[in-house]
Design a protein around this ligand. Sequence first.
Ligand SMILES: NC(=O)c1ccc[n+]([C@@H]2O[C@H](COP(=O)([O-])OP(=O)(O)OC[C@H]3O[C@@H](n4cnc5c(N)ncnc54)[C@H](O)[C@@H]3O)[C@@H](O)[C@H]2O)c1
Length: 326
Amino acid sequence: MILVTGSAGFIGQAVCAALLMRGDTVVGLDNFNDYYDPRLKRDRLQRIAGSAGFTQIEADLVDRTAVDAVFSRHRPRHIVHLAAQAGVRYSFERPEAYVQSNVAGFVHLLEAARHTGAIEHFVYASSSSVYGGNLKQPFSVTDPVDRPVSLYAATKRAGELIAHVYALQFGLKLTGLRYFTVYGPWGRPDMAPVKFTRALLQGQPIEVYGHGDMQRDFTSIDDIVAGTLAALDDERHFGEVPHRLYNLGNSHPEPLMHFIEVLARLAGASPDLRMLPMQPGDVKSTSADIDTTTRDLGWRPTTSIEEGLPPMVEWCRSYYGPRGSG
Ligand SMILES: NC(=O)c1ccc[n+]([C@@H]2O[C@H](COP(=O)([O-])OP(=O)(O)OC[C@H]3O[C@@H](n4cnc5c(N)ncnc54)[C@H](O)[C@@H]3O)[C@@H](O)[C@H]2O)c1
């Protein structure tokens, strides 16, 4: 049985669907918080609600008793931990939400995993944001990552360091995945890909930070799901301390303005751009070095934005309505 946390989230629901499709038994856990509209989280889950082998639990990782109860009842052997308080900018408004979910909640899960003694592999989501102000591109998992520029990034890095301790002291096998800007159908409404698409469909202005002079390694949800499953299935490439980190990124950074052009073409709109300065916590460019990921996991992304964006724009049209405002 595989426990997937954050199962109502963008990546979590897609990972659950892929695991169920190949015949795994999955218990999903989510607290359905209202960082963005929880209706979207419930709608995502509707897609897998009736699947054989799926159980959904509404619980908060910050509640240690609830976490322990899930472990005693369902006895997971594998964990894919995707629940987190995400979002860079919001971390300056609600720092405590990040410390609670991303640090305390993660520790509760690690404690439960450690005490059962039955966990074969624990995979968790980290983020490209841990590279912070790193100027060397592309970002490699061997680069120093001690200069986070947002509280979100700092809690994600804290998670990696805490995971190292659980691997070192208790022998838990842990894999951290540094995801790079993920996009696709059922995506997050607080992130640029869906936010920009909705604005284009509505004929609203798009707020472009950093005056558009930014690059992102936009990575499709299909590639992210494939990489997450490849990491979960691989239990061979561990060192003496069984904690490892992989970049999951498209390794093809796109200038933000080109990304907007492609979106505008697909939405059939001419973009009304509001150029704004960089926001606190933003980084100018992200680019993934995926050599180790490809070598160990055999994973490489296969979806360009030209192939990956049309299904996302179509989904925005059907979910939010043709004018993006539903
Ligand atoms: N989407 C990206 O581009 C991206 C990039 C880098 C890293 N990540 C990481 O990947 C993971 C999944 O991200 P996502 O984009 O699917 O985000 P998401 O917000 O859509 O999903 C996270 C889910 O976790 C749940 N959750 C949050 N706190 C919880 C708690 N305390 N207890 C139980 N459930 C809780 C939320 O309700 C949500 O459904 C996160 O760890 C995120 O930090 C995402």
